[in-house]
Every structure is written in C-alpha cells, then in structure tokens.
Design a protein around this ligand. Structure first.
Ligand SMILES: CCCCCCCCCCCC(=O)SCCNC(=O)CCNC(=O)[C@H](O)C(C)(C)COP(=O)(O)OP(=O)(O)OC[C@H]1O[C@@H](n2cnc3c(N)ncnc32)[C@H](O)[C@@H]1OP(=O)(O)O
Length: 174
C-alpha cells in the first residue's frame, strides 16, 4: 500500500461546524484515555487543543525529558504523535470525526528538551470522506518552523468504527 498527500485541485464545500468552540476556546478532549489529549491516560501528551479562526486549531507542548530521543532533543515519534493529535482535531472544525489514514512529517531542525513547541493545524480541503490537513511546529517564531506535517484523515462513523474494539465508543466525540 502506497499513498501520498495529493491535495485535490477543488475541495468539497466546507463550513465551520456550529458547535465548535470560538477562537481561543479549548476543544473538548475526544477521549479521556487518549494518548494525545486524555487527562486520564497513564502516559500521554495531554495536549489542550485550542480552536482558531476558520478551520484552524493550535496547541502548545513543553518538551519534557521523557519525550527524549536524543540526546537532548525530542524523539521523532513523540513529535509525530503530537502532530497526529492536532491534525486529527482540526477536522472537528468542519464537523468531521476522523481517523488517521496517511501522515507525512518533515523534521527541519532539532527540538531541544525544555523548549515550548507551538503546534498549528489547518484543514485545507475535503474530498468525499478524505480530509486534507497540514500542520507546522515552531519554538516561538512562526516564520521559522522546526517541523511540518501533511495528512489525510478519513471520516468515519464513530460508533460503528470503534464498536469492535471498545464498549464505550459513544464517549468519543464530536
Ligand atoms: C475519533 C474521534 C474524532 C476526534 C479526533 C481527535 C484527534 C485524534 C488524533 C489521533 C487519530 C488517530 O491516531 S486514529 C488511529 C490510527 N488510524 C487508524 O487506526 C486507521 C486505520 N485505517 C482504517 O481504519 C481504514 O483504512 C480507514 C477508515 C482509514 C479507511 O477505510 P474505509 O472506511 O474502508 O474507507 P476506504 O473506502 O478504504 O477509503 C476511503 C477513502 O480514503 C482513501 N484512503 C484510505 N486509506 C488511505 C491512505 N492510507 N492514504 C490516502 N488515502 C486513503 C481511499 O482511497 C478513499 O478515497 P476515495 O475513493 O474517496 O478517493
């Protein structure tokens, strides 16, 4: 199986979901045990994703020692998990519950332990069930990204998709 981030020339119409919080407001975590955002996850990133204007979201994450690949810098998989979380939350701005189908990450610069990573994501287009999302990360200067990501998420029926795996799929949202 081989896929690529192939942005459609024309997007299906998209509009901001009426229930998405306003710019600056947090988007409720999608599952309390989620590795990316869950407050009850035994180990996790606990990202608080904030709604932005339009189809954008953002989050911040302090790079802690346990996130180390290194030495002294973030592990690429941890950064990818953070991207996955923020990229996957962005489609909620158009009311689409999704799972990750394809995710590309470009690592531009080392990200030191102790730094605050600023993550921004934006839905670029939708084509049938596919949602195309890009994200970037910087350490305080948005003009100087340390990593970028491009992803294709696929819209799912939440209850059906997770029914075989969990008996509490209804706890997921939107
Ligand atoms: C959750 C709470 C929300 C809140 C979300 C909060 C943030 C969550 C962040 C974490 C998200 C995760 O980690 S989710 C966990 C990791 N991901 C997964 O477990 C997904 C595993 N994969 C799957 O379950 C499946 O492959 C699906 C659902 C992605 C697709 O299967 P399907 O439903 O049968 O659909 P299918 O017909 O194959 O594909 C539909 C369209 O997508 C395209 N497509 C399918 N796979 C790919 C691919 N890898 N790359 C490109 N495109 C693809 C197809 O070509 C088709 O396009 P066309 O014919 O229309 O052109």
């Amino acid at each position: 199986m081989e896929n690529a981030f192939d942005l459609p020339a024309v997007s299906d119409p998209m509009s901001r979901h009426p229930k998405i919080p306003g710019p600056g407001e947090p988007i409720r975590l999608h599952h309390s045990l989620c590795y990316g955002c869950g407050d009850d996850a035994p180990i996790g990133l606990r990202l608080k994703v904030i709604a932005g204007e339009g189809f954008t979201v953002s989050a911040q994450m302090v790079v802690e020692q346990w996130m180390q690949g290194g030495p002294g810098v973030i592990h690429g998989g941890v950064l990818t998990a953070a991207f996955d979380e923020i990229l996957g939350t962005a489609p909620l701005t158009i009311g689409a519950p999704v799972v990750t189908a394809h995710l590309e990450v470009d690592f531009a610069k080392p990200i030191p332990l102790g730094s605050t990573l600023h993550l921004d994501a934006e839905v670029l287009a939708k084509e049938r069930r596919k949602v195309f999302v890009r994200a970037s990360a910087h350490l305080g200067d948005p003009e100087n990204p340390v990593a970028t990501a491009h992803s294709i998420f696929v819209e799912i029926d939440l209850k059906k998709h997770f029914a075989a795996y969990r008996d509490d799929a209804a706890q997921s949202r939107p």
